[in-house]
Design a protein around this ligand. Structure first.
Ligand code: ADP
Ligand code: MG
Length: 445
């Protein structure tokens, strides 16, 4: 290689447009390694990574293609202390990372406490079958659906059941983000490359969560492709989850996404009323909430329709509130809270429907913007500020998840939304911003 990573990076900067050299995000980059196959840079935060991905990805790829090779992948690695012990990054309970004792499995996520209804029946059946008969009919198994619907729970349940019935066989649960971080570590630290390969290619059951994260991560896709082929040829079982179907995965190589359909693709849907109620009842049993009447549970199940995580979260926060206020969890108490728009859990109350589109329209009109300004990548203050306000309102007034909001604004990643909301929150001390938020909220209701 005629370039060191540092030299290549400085030449690359000079080839990007003029503003690149002084760009605050690009200045945080540390070039880490460069081979014919992969150019790797490190950045200090997820946010910086997203900014660079959103704004510079294609121009950097173009320079790589011209100067190094069209096949050279580009990877951004978030180099914070957290990545040394990678986390799942999505707020879910993350068991200790894979060690031979627990394989990364959460013992609380098992088939026994997974309630089955119309919306998840097929996923449950194929998941159970894959754990009893790995490498069989349902290999690979691809489970997809929205957030909080039970994908991660099922993945762990497969692993736990498999371990119960065949304790001598190997299982690994990993999020695709952790997979990527470990892969990158193995590139940086060459001795561990072999360990990485043998770890992932000699497991009887590989459970890989949130595969959508591999969109755009070309180097990791390549590695996963090879891992996949190896395991598949040996008839080892692979189970993946994703927030969308294989066909809807963007920036993922066709040869990879088409393999995802070789076995079984199953969708997990939103739970209906009966399933929501059954889950609440079970949760009360597990948590020892004996004093909550069925009437109250039915009311919660009626009101909270978005997903199971919200459902559980509402139950727990209602319980906590009642005990702080030393009140009984009666129907009146719950009604009051779920209908009171000033409480933090109003977002799950399910009755007032404000959509992202309505918010975007009101903000666009108020600031006299063009129709697509809010969803564009333009970053002038005249657009960036209204966009942050609109993102904040979406988080406050709708039932959408952060990922849903990101999608509504054509953003790749929910970290942009978190950043926007915290920017707005900082400005809430300012009376003008507060009035603006109040005014727009009033318009929406
Ligand atoms: P996802 O991975 O799809 O975002 P999770 O698997 O993390 O969702 O599920 C969110 C929460 O809901 C977890 O606490 C999980 O145990 C619970 N849950 C999801 N589906 C069920 C179900 N069918 N029965 C019982 N609990 C469930
Ligand atoms: Mg999950």
């Amino acid at each position: 290689m005629r370039y060191t990573p540092e030299k290549f990076w400085s030449e690359l900067l000079s080839e990007l447009d003029e503003s690149a050299i002084s760009d605050v995000y690009l200045r945080q980059v540390t070039p880490r390694s460069l081979t014919e196959d992969c150019f790797l840079i490190a950045v200090p935060s997820d946010y910086t990574r997203d900014e660079i991905e959103n704004r510079f990805f294609s121009s950097i790829k173009r320079v790589l293609s011209d100067r190094i090779s069209p096949a050279c992948a580009f990877e951004i690695f978030v180099d914070t202390p957290a990545t040394k012990v990678p986390e799942s990054g999505n707020g879910e309970p993350t068991p200790q990372n894979n060690n031979s004792d627990n394989a990364g499995l959460n013992p609380n996520y098992i088939f026994d406490n997974f309630k089955v209804g119309q919306s998840n029946r097929i996923c449950h059946a194929t998941a159970f079958s894959a754990s009893e008969n790995p490498g069989g009919e349902y290999n690979p198994l691809f489970i997809y659906g929205g957030v909080g619907l039970g994908k991660t729970h099922l993945l762990h349940a497969i692993g736990n059941h498999f371990q119960d019935i065949t304790p001598d066989r190997q299982v690994i649960y990993v999020t695709s983000e952790t997979f990527m971080n470990e892969y990158i570590e193995s590139i940086i630290n060459r001795q561990s490359a072999q360990d990485f390969r043998s770890k992932y290619r000699e497991t009887d059951l590989l459970l890989i969560d949130d595969i959508q994260f591999l969109q755009r991560k070309e180097g990791t896709q390549e590695e996963f492709f090879n891992t996949f082929n190896d395991l598949y040829l040996k008839s080892y079982q692979i189970v993946m989850t994703s927030d969308r179907s294989p066909r809807m995965l963007e920036n993922l190589e066709e040869r990879l996404s088409s393999r995802f359909e070789w076995g079984m693709v199953a969708e997990i849907d939103k739970p209906n009323y009966e399933l929501r109620l059954a889950i609440l009842q079970q949760k009360c049993q597990d948590q020892g909430f004996a004093d909550i009447s069925n009437e109250v549970l039915s009311y919660i199940a009626e009101m909270v329709t978005s997903n199971i995580r919200e459902l559980e979260g509402t139950l727990v926060s209602l319980k906590a509130r009642a005990s702080i206020q030393e009140e009984q969890l009666t129907l009146d108490f719950v009604r009051n809270i779920l209908n009171d728009t000033s409480t933090p859990i109003r977002r799950v109350s399910g009755r007032k429907v404000v959509t992202a589109a309505a918010i975007q329209k009101i903000v666009t009109d108020h600031f006299q913007l063009n129709d697509d300004d809010l969803t564009s990548s333009k970053r002038t203050k005249a657009i960036a500020f209204p966009r942050q306000i609109a993102m904040y309102l979406c988080r406050e007034l709708t039932q959408l998840s952060l990922l849903d909001i990101a999608e509504a604004f054509h953003r790749q990643n929910h970290t942009t939304i978190i950043h926007a909301c915290s920017q707005v929150e900082k400005q809430l001390e300012n009376e003008e911003t507060r009035n603006l938020i109040e005014f727009l909220t009033g318009e929406l209701k």
